[in-house]
Design a protein around this ligand. Sequence first.
Ligand SMILES: [Zn+2]
Length: 166
Amino acid sequence: MSIKANTVVSLTYELHTTNEEGQQVFVEKADEQNALVFLYGTGMMLPKFEEHLLDLNVGDEYSFELSAVDGYGEIDPGAYADLPKDMFKDVDLPNVGDVIPLQDNQGNHFRAGVTAIHEEIVSVNLNHPMAGKNLIFAGKIIAVREATEDELSHGHAHGADGHADH
Ligand SMILES: [Zn+2]
């Protein structure tokens, strides 16, 4: 079976990006024991990531590069914010480099990276940590199967064998 909409794909991957010196920098990986399992074609993955995997079969190896635009987007220079330190009076003050959960007026949850701590404010970067970075993926297709009815109605994969319950 080859990868197409409504199949559940298990794959390994290694993700690298390129630093300012042009060298590849390791970001993260999933090996066979800890394969990435997902329902293909539901918009859970980056669209261009899925596009590169279409029609691949079990055992196929793949490698491709996505530009930042096709990945997590360019860095938005407006996506920085200064938070009053009072916001943290009931919790520990974060450190520079910490990623903290935030909520906006509409109740949307998101994560922000702390870039600086000043006397009265905590400065945060609201960009995705991989914004502005190219994404170099390589890996192997471990399994492809039809999604179960439960998986299709839930819109997500239930593990490699389809039996996980959530
Ligand atoms: Zn489910």
